[in-house]
Design a protein around this ligand. Sequence first.
Ligand SMILES: Nc1nc2c(ncn2[C@@H]2O[C@H](COP(=O)(O)OP(=O)(O)OP(=O)(O)O)[C@@H](O)[C@H]2O)c(=O)[nH]1
Ligand SMILES: [Mg+2]
Length: 257
Amino acid sequence: MASYKMLVKDVIKQADVLLEIVDARFPQETRNSHVESDIIRLGKPFIIVLNKCDLVSRKSLERSKSSLSPVAPAVFISSKDRSGTTILRHKIMEIAAINGIKDRDILVGCLGYPNVGKSSVINGVTGRHRAGTSAISGHTKGVQFVNAGSHIKFIDTPGVIPFDEHDEYMQGLLAIKDSTHLKDTEGVALRIIEKICAENKEALEAAYNITIEGQDSYGIMELIGMQSNFLKKKGEIDEMRVSKKIIDDWQRGALVT
Ligand SMILES: Nc1nc2c(ncn2[C@@H]2O[C@H](COP(=O)(O)OP(=O)(O)OP(=O)(O)O)[C@@H](O)[C@H]2O)c(=O)[nH]1
Ligand SMILES: [Mg+2]
C-alpha cells in the first residue's frame, strides 16, 4: 500500500497532465478520491477518461458526464472500437497548451484501478499496440513510458489496488477475480443484477430474454436461472451456476449498463 502511494505521487509529480481512467460502466466506484486529491494538491490538471463506453448506453453516458463535469473534464472512449481517442488526444494537447507546455513532449500519467483499460487507452491514442494489455488484471508491471507521437509521451502504471482487498464486489466488477475464485459468488452476482437493474433494466431483460416486473434481485436471478434452465433435481434453480454465468457475462462485456 505504501509503495502504491509513492508510485502514484511520483507519477503525478513527473506528469504534466494526468488521466484518471475509470470504467464507464461504474465511473463513481472506479474513481479514487486519494488519487484525485493528490493530483489537486500537487496542482496538476487532469482528465477523467471513461473507458469501455462501448459497454454503456447513451443514457448512462450522459448521466455520468453531467455528474463528473464539475470535477474535471470527462472524455468517453472505447479503446476497443477506437472511438473518442482523437478527442482525448486533442483534449490533452489543449490542456497542455493552457498550462504553458510547448516545444517539448507532454508527459501524460495514466492512473486507475486494475483492468479498467489504462494500457488499452494508451494504445488507442497511440494508434498502435505499444503497451501490453490483458484480460487478466495485474498485467502492467512497473511504470512504463510509451511514446505516442505528436509530442505526447504516456506513463503507463500498474493498477495497484488501493481499495479494501476483501471487497469482493469490486473484485468481481473489475474482473480481478473470476467467478471461480470469488467466495461470495451469489452475493456478487446479486449486486451486479441490482446495479444493471438500477441503470438499464432493459439490457438485462434483453440479455436473458426475461421480463422484470418488480422482482427483487433474487427474484430476477430466479428468472434468469429458469430461462437458462439451470435447475437442480427438485426443480429449484441452481443459484451457484446462475451466479457464475452472470459474473462471467459481466466480466466478458456481454452485459451493458
Ligand atoms: N469492451 C471493452 N473492453 C476493453 C476496452 N479497453 C480495454 N478493454 C479490455 O479490458 C481488459 C483490460 O485492459 P488493459 O488495458 O490491460 O487494462 P489495464 O488497466 O492496463 O490493466 P492492468 O495493467 O492489469 O492494471 C482487456 O481484456 C481489454 O481487452 C474497451 O474500450 N472496451
Ligand atoms: Mg496495463
